[in-house]
Design a protein around this ligand. Sequence first.
Ligand code: ADP
Ligand code: ZN
Length: 737
Amino acid sequence: MTRAQPSDSPPLFPPRESVVDVLLPVAVGSAYSYRVPEGMEVAPGDIVVVPLGTRRMLGCVWPRMEGARTVDPAKLKLIDRKYDVAPLQPAMLAFIRWMADYTVTPPGMVLRLALRHDESAGIARERTGVRLTSNRPERQTRARSKVIDALFDGFVRSKAEAAREAGVSASVIDGLIDDGVLETVVLPPEPAAEVPDPDHSRPALSPAQSAAAAELVASVKARRFAPTLIDGVTGSGKTETYFEAVAEAIRQGRQTLILMPEIALTQAFLDRFARRFGVLPAEWHSAVGSKRRGRVFRGVATGEVSVVAGARSALFLPFRELGLIIVDEEHDGAYKQDDGVHYHARDMAVLRARLEEAPIALVSATPSIETEVNARRGRYARLHLPERFTGTRVPRLEPIDLRREGPPRGQWIAPRLAQEMERTQEAGGQSLLFLNRRGYAPLTLCRACGHRIRCPSCSSWLVEHRFRRRLECHQCGYAMPVPNECPNCHEPNTLIPCGPGVERLHEEVQKLMPNARIQVLSSDLAGGVERLRAELKAIEDGEVDVVVGTQLVAKGHNFPGLALVGVIDADVGLGHGDPRAAERTFQLLHQVAGRAGRANVEGRAFLQTYMPEHPVMQALVAGDRDAFYDQEIAVREEAHLPPFARFCALIVSGTEAHAAQAHARALAACAPLTEQVRVLGPAEAPLALVRGRHRFRLLARSERNFDLSNYVRAWMAEAPRVRGGLKVEIDIDPQSF
Ligand code: ADP
Ligand code: ZN
């Protein structure tokens, strides 16, 4: 790979072109032109500070576009200065361009995903210090002499330090800078990460692990794009296996990106990484402070940071030399970003790996249908880890038919499951009850008039949160105190909670097992990431008998004492007309059930269901993963659904339902006609009202190999202008179709 390096020697001739294009992180289709000040040299990929209107912002010097308009240089503004961060590499520029094309988004909006973290804080965040020059002040004061005495050694100090040491106010320092007695210098950034040691502590791998690791290591050595599915049951040691590839990348001096769906919660992963490599990886997610993020950003760009473990946004870090990408739990829905730029981080990771000419490993015990099909067709290599590392069997799953052996009204735990939980506690084991519903009750109903309490600005019910004593909208965050009377008929004391949430389930377990230590795990409880990490640790350490959790518990945690899993409502995700319902339910329940019986504990899992004959339940109970994939792939193929067809959703939203619908109709009317695309709708979007905006959806469907992005781009070029607060969002490869 060739790299744009700033050259050290001055150019022989004055630069022919003193105008460059700069891509700015704004929603404009093309780059802006700027003049380069005399003496400054810039090349594509350089990050610069430029004026735009009254603001200054970071932008990226962009390769000159073919046929770019010529402008009178005299009218252009000057670049302010080069920003002190290593330039974006050509592969990164290509990634921004490709991703913008694919998602039908202005490239500036993709650049923004990369620069957002450095944008506002970044301009001010350069660490600077002051030191004495050889100039002496014209006007001498006592305070000034104190400063000169304190800084006489010539060392650089931050302004605050200098003021403190001299015992003067900061304004004295500023005055001396203005007079040229002190000069400002840029300090080298603090180190961003320690260097991992590839051989710090290497475990002895099982034969299956060794074989898989050897393949991965070979592809890291080959420095070629090589997509691979690491397909292995939970606990089969997939992590240790891909760690070998990470070690090889470190030896080669190349960088690794490890994407995870819920990085804020994976303390266990970080600990394991540290045990294997001696130091922590650089973390990248929203819970990392902005100072730290600034350091990681810079360190990634210089190549000093060699391994980043991060959430989907880490995909936009400016790696200097990316040698390997890992997408852990690749099937996870958290990889899809659905506001701003719509994209699937797994798919974009594959794109980035291709442009970087680096291998990529997608890791899962329950691959997405898309990835499974790619592996079956040989587009992705498959590395199989069929057995649990500890040799324990995958837990036995048993259905509990709620039609026949359900609990009494107002309770949610079937007698058989309750018995098993008590037995488990007596034997010193842990139980986990899984219910993917936050709060106390998903619906509040008036028993006098039948009124159901809705969110005033969304099409969703308000959910009771009893710990917080209020009703909340899970869509927009709206909250109100639980009212004493029905808001509709005004009868007092008629409101009743309907259905269970984890808080209510907790109440039931307390009644059933008064001596049990119970822990609710839900992403919305107070205390944030730190508290969650502490709670997870308490569970790992066996200080909890019963865990009541939402899907948070499904994500890769290792609870060594967990012997029993009870799924309270296995049917939750099914039967909404969502074509991904079967896939999601299978993945979620398989993962949850897989939590039971690690580390030498034989596990059992119960599925409470009204549909024990449903193919998803049958496949789960039979432990026949392939049967599920065979059937689901056949259904998708026959119904002409992804990955056998492609979809793009256009969501038109506005505060007036009429206007939004009319615009959606106008869009439909101007869709270019071609045999290869069918446009469906408009219809109400799956979330018809969100934050007071009415949403209508058009779906374009094409054959798998058709360039749907290009079609949509042409369509949008012909489309009527969006006016009056309406918004059109483009979602290529939408999750629901
Ligand atoms: P997966 O990611 O497939 O669910 P893990 O990588 O988490 O599996 O491994 C499951 C358990 O087995 C972990 O506790 C891990 O430390 C242990 N393990 C895996 N491979 C090895 C190995 N080669 N040597 C020792 N312990 C291992
Ligand atoms: Zn709402």
